[in-house]
Design a protein around this ligand. Structure first.
Ligand SMILES: [Zn+2]
Length: 275
């Protein structure tokens, strides 16, 4: 599940290969992956990308003539790969671009349900597509974080993952950030003290920066995450076993000792059914 650190590492890695040559062939694209038909994908052919931009978890590939933007959202299972000329790639990628000289950019998605998306847009359409996103998560100051927390009374884990509030954080980095901030995933955003807001702000910035640094060096999930996906393993701060709480679509990982005053968080699905 690529989030801000993963996408930013890819952005930096892809900038040179995708802008080195003009696009020779755009497509094919899986029908579920390509979300737009006008402008047609083939209108990319003969143009060159200026580089790669990022907004939240999305990558943007603007053409150097300023007329088109290719927008890519990998969702959970999508992966991008740059292939050198002659290097063999996946047989049926969900999306493929071939550059003059033979290098390629391919998107694969190893999942039954295709959820990753590619949009070819004009710059105005791209702005519209991104308009709902909140400010970039990396680089926020305590005043901005405080305003976001006050804007809606929500559980912290859920608010941090809301792209309309803050762009770039998902399930994994919400777990890492809240653990570093020593805050409960269930704490209400509007209940935080000034000191806690400052701690959360520092944790957002330090954890995303740590993730980016590791991902740029090609670190695996196992090497990168210290809390996420580590049920029962010792907390790296206090040594107590990490806990989890399950939801329909995701799982929160946390340390009861560091984050919730020893309390075990209850799965709230059942209480919702009984209400
Ligand atoms: Zn702990």
């Amino acid at each position: 599940m690529p989030e801000l650190p993963e996408m930013e590492a890819w952005r930096r890695q892809l900038t040179d290969p995708v802008s080195a040559f003009p696009i020779a062939k755009a497509g094919p694209a899986h029908i579920a992956t390509l979300k737009t038909f006008d402008p047609p994908l083939q209108s990319l052919e003969g143009r060159r990308f200026r580089g790669v931009d990022r907004r939240g978890k999305r990558l943007l590939f603007p053409t150097d003539d300023g007329e088109l933007v290719l927008l890519v959202h990998l969702m959970t299972a999508g992966r991008l790969k740059s292939l050198a000329a002659g290097e063999s790639g996946p047989k049926t990628p969900a999306f493929k671009l071939e550059f003059a000289g033979g290098s390629k950019l391919v998107l694969t998605e190893n999942a039954r349900k295709k959820r990753a998306g590619v949009w070819l847009l004009t710059p105005a359409q791209a702005d519209e597509e991104l308009a709902h996103l909140g400010p970039e998560a990396l680089g926020l100051d305590a005043r901005q974080v405080g305003e976001i927390l006050q804007s809606d009374s929500r559980r912290l884990h859920s608010l941090l993952r809301d792209q309309r509030a803050i762009a770039g954080i998902g399930r994994a980095w919400a777990n890492e950030i809240l653990h570093t901030a020593k805050l409960s995933p269930y704490a209400l955003s509007t209940d935080l003290s000034g000191e806690e807001v400052a701690r959360l702000t520092d944790a957002i910035n330090s954890e995303l920066a740590r993730g980016l640094e590791l991902r740029e060096r090609g670190a695996s999930d196992e090497k990168t995450y210290r809390v996420h996906n580590r049920l029962g393993q010792p907390c790296h701060v206090c040594g107590m076993p990490l806990a989890q709480v399950d939801f329909e679509e995701h799982t929160i990982y946390y340390c009861p000792d560091c984050q919730t005053g020893g309390r075990v968080l209850k799965d709230r699905r059942l209480s919702r059914l009984l209400r």
